[in-house]
Design a binder for this molecule. Structure first.
Ligand code: PLP
Length: 387
């Protein structure tokens, strides 16, 4: 069985990347909004509704996306889904025919790849470097393959958190426009940018309808609400909503309406500002603790945004053994292998900081260090020893 979150004992400090701290969400405000909408529109909310999603939420999201992300969304071009995973699945089903080529980032987000593969896509890897996806390589790829779509996380590349360089963004849009290739932009944690303003999505610069924009409230609010969305030209939205209605007639309109109310009243925006301040401080604490405990053994740049650090570990450390020993010490972290196209082992790990308090982060790093001390170091090759 596939499960998004692995079961860990409650005392394990899990440093999963991309998980928000749901302890910061005000259950009282959410409950109040839920009670209010049910009291005032109960009848309408408890019956069948529009498969596109509750109109009030589509309107609130379209306004938020236009105002803060430059995405020209209207309620008609927004489809609410149960999380962005459903959005990815619907876009895959709508866009991809068996055998179509979808280009994906390597390393990248495997659950999206799986949705494309379920629709019969052939996946082709695009490497990622310190400036994001290697857009230059697309020209060579497209000489070899007929590309149908690109699946990208340009704002905070998943899992490296690198922001796609400005020049590459322009190249990418031009490439998609001239070759009639769709770009599926997964902008999963847009607001969590700490140094400077967030870079606007590719969708904000798209003049030809090449970009299908996918977002979620899982990071800015809570994954358990299962609210994601697709913004795309109407023909695609119509096909996607038809597909959706075959498996799930509609989302939870009472919850959608309550969340719309929190967006309209500015509560969500206030929550985002508070969470951003807290995550910013947590990012710095984790970076500092890692430097103190592991020094030159770890190489990383502090990311300008995102919810995790992408760390290169010096050669000679048995990462799989460390991961196992870490679990025994009560700390869980993600190895780079989890994100590579061929599950190839790479000397990287991803350490999420958003969902843990500063004290928990310090303790988690101490546990990592304890786990490391008990590991036998791999023997260095003779050549390396002599140097
Ligand atoms: C890159 C990326 N896309 C999509 C998702 C799916 O999120 P959800 O289905 O909760 O909206 C995640 C969740 O971790 C993610 O990291």
């Amino acid at each position: 069985m596939y499960r998004a979150s692995q079961a860990h004992s409650p005392s394990t400090l899990v440093l999963a990347g991309g998980i928000p701290d749901v302890r910061l969400v005000s259950a009282t405000e959410l409950a109040r909004a839920y009670r209010r909408v049910l009291r005032h529109q109960g009848g309408a909310l408890l019956g069948y509704g529009d498969s596109l999603g509750h109109p009030r939420l589509r309107k609130a999201l379209a306004e938020m996306l236009s105002a803060t992300r430059g995405v020209a969304a209207t309620p008609e071009t927004v489809l609410i889904t149960r999380g962005s995973q459903m959005a990815l699945y619907l876009v895959a089903r709508t866009l991809v025919a068996p055998g179509d080529v979808v280009v994906v980032e390597d390393p990248g987000y495997r659950p999206a790849w799986e949705a494309f593969q379920l629709a019969g896509a052939k996946l082709v890897r695009l490497p990622v470097d310190g400036a994001g996806a290697c857009v230059k390589e697309l020209a060579t790829l497209s000489n070899r393959e007929r590309i149908r779509a690109l699946y990208l996380t340009p704002h905070h590349q998943y899992p490296t958190t690198v922001t796609l360089a400005a020049g590459r963004r322009l190249e990418l849009l031009e490439f998609a426009r001239t070759r009639h290739i769709a770009i599926i932009e997964d902008d999963y944690d847009h607001e969590f940018h700490y140094d400077g303003r967030p870079v606007l999505p590719l969708a904000s610069a798209d003049t030809t309808g090449a970009v299908i924009y996918i977002g979620t409230l899982s990071k800015v609010l809570a994954p358990g609400l299962r609210i994601g969305y697709i913004v795309a030209p109407s023909p695609l939205i119509e096909r996607a909503v038809a597909y959706r209605s075959f498996m799930d007639l509609q989302g939870d309109h009472a919850v959608e309406s309550a969340v719309a109310e929190l967006l309209e009243g500015g509560e969500v925006q206030r929550h985002i500002r508070r969470a951003r301040r807290i995550y910013h401080a947590r990012r710095d604490v984790l970076a500092e603790e890692l430097r103190k405990q592991f020094g030159a053994m770890f190489f990383f740049t502090v990311p300008t945004g995102g919810m995790a650090l992408w760390v290169r570990v010096e050669e000679g450390v048995d990462l799989s053994a460390w991961e196992l020993q870490g679990l025994r010490e009560g700390v869980a972290f993600q190895l780079g292998r989890r994100f590579t196209f061929d599950r190839e082992m790479i000397p990287y790990m991803r350490l999420g900081f958003a969902s843990r308090t500063e004290a928990e982060l310090k303790e988690a790093v101490r546990r990592m260090a304890r786990a490391l001390r008990t590991l036998p170091r791999k023997r260095l090759a003779k050549k390396e020893v002599r140097r």
